[in-house]
Design a protein around this ligand. Structure first.
Ligand code: PBG
Ligand code: ZN
Length: 314
């Protein structure tokens, strides 16, 4: 005889166990700023002011998730994104505070890019209506060094500039313990829209970043981007978004047997939240099934806004 109604919690625990997911695989995203705020497009997510960051991190550590990635939202923006590498910038202050409170009991990753810090919202330095790859590399190198100096365990370049790993590796010189997790295959996607609505200067729903982010339909380019970052010395390669790209996760894992992280992005969070709020899908079930599928595809690490929520099933 089969029991008719199983306890949901028990079912979710089984799903994660079958996928081999553990808390140590999860990385929770944290938005830091000088001003607190709710994120309208991402119900349940908040922007944490620097002075409250250690309390927020206590909740994350308390859930058993050992890793977080910091995204900064600066007060001021300029064309060269100079506030991104400021020793007293939001990210640098937050990382220092987290590390001085929790030391090695938490792994701190930082997002390294210029899009939040310049008025265009592009991931590179814009001049004469173009993204200047090499000028951006110099800025990324400075940002990464400033994050390492503040105590980041891992810097995660997300600008998709050619040579970003090599440039950062060069700048990290003395910081021999700082690792580089590179967003190697970041697809041009509207699934970043909720993130952009909170982090960028320009509130616009569409951004064309297709000249530097990878297109949906080209797995060969994905493999090339991944191989390049491995050769440049990335400690982990990353793919994002997650759900429509899980075939690539498996492909990369099989081909390179290298550590792979996947980011389950803001739009993927927002879609489940929005549908669940209208009673169209079961939120718990879809959080659990989507995270489990990312693990099953072969991800070694998963960055997800659902990480805290699902930790209770692990
Ligand atoms: C910036 C960055 C973006 C995201 C992470 N880092 C936005 C973009 O490339 O426009 C999106 C993350 C998310 O949607 O959760 N380089
Ligand atoms: Zn960017």
């Amino acid at each position: 005889m089969q029991q008719l109604e199983r306890d949901d919690e028990e079912r979710y625990r089984d799903i994660f166990a079958a996928a081999g997911l553990r808390k140590s695989h999860l990385i929770f995203p944290v938005f830091v700023s000088d001003k607190p705020g709710k994120i309208e497009s991402m119900p349940g997510m908040t922007v944490t002011p620097v002075e409250k960051i250690t309390e927020h991190v206590q909740t994350i550590i308390g859930s058993g998730i050992p890793s977080l990635i910091v995204f900064g939202i600066p007060k001021s923006r300029d064309r060269s994104g100079s506030s991104a590498s400021n020793r007293k910038g939001v990210v640098q202050r937050a990382v220092r505070a987290i590390k001085s409170s929790y030391g090695s009991s938490v792994n701190v990753l930082t997002d390294v890019c210029v899009c939040q810090y310049n008025p265009s919202g592009h991931c590179g330095i814009v001049s004469s209506n173009r993204v200047d790859n090499d000028a951006t590399l110099r800025v990324l190198a400075e940002i990464a060094a400033s994050h390492a100096e503040a105590g980041a365990d891992v810097v995660a370049p997300s600008s998709m500039m050619d040579g970003q790993v090599r440039a950062i590796k060069g700048a990290l010189g003395g910081f021999t313990k700082t690792m580089i997790f590179s967003y190697s295959a970041k697809h041009a996607s509207s699934l970043y829209a909720p993130f952009r609505s909170v982090a960028f200067a320009k509130k616009r729903s569409r951004f064309d970043k297709s000249s530097y982010q990878v297109p949906y339909a080209n797995p060969r380019q994905v493999l090339l981007e991944i191989e390049t970052d491995i050769n440049e010395g990335a400690d982990m390669v990353m793919i994002k978004p997650a759900l429509a790209y899980l075939d690539l996760v498996r492909m990369v894992k099989d081909k390179f047997s290298y550590p792979v992280a996947v980011q389950n992005v803001s739009g993927e969070y927002a879609m489940i939240k929005a549908a669940a709020m209208r009673g169209l899908v079961d939120e718990e079930e879809w959080k659990v099934c989507s995270i489990a599928s990312i693990k099953r595809a072969g991800a070694d690490r998963i960055i997800s806004y659902f990480a805290l929520d699902v930790s209770k099933y692990l």
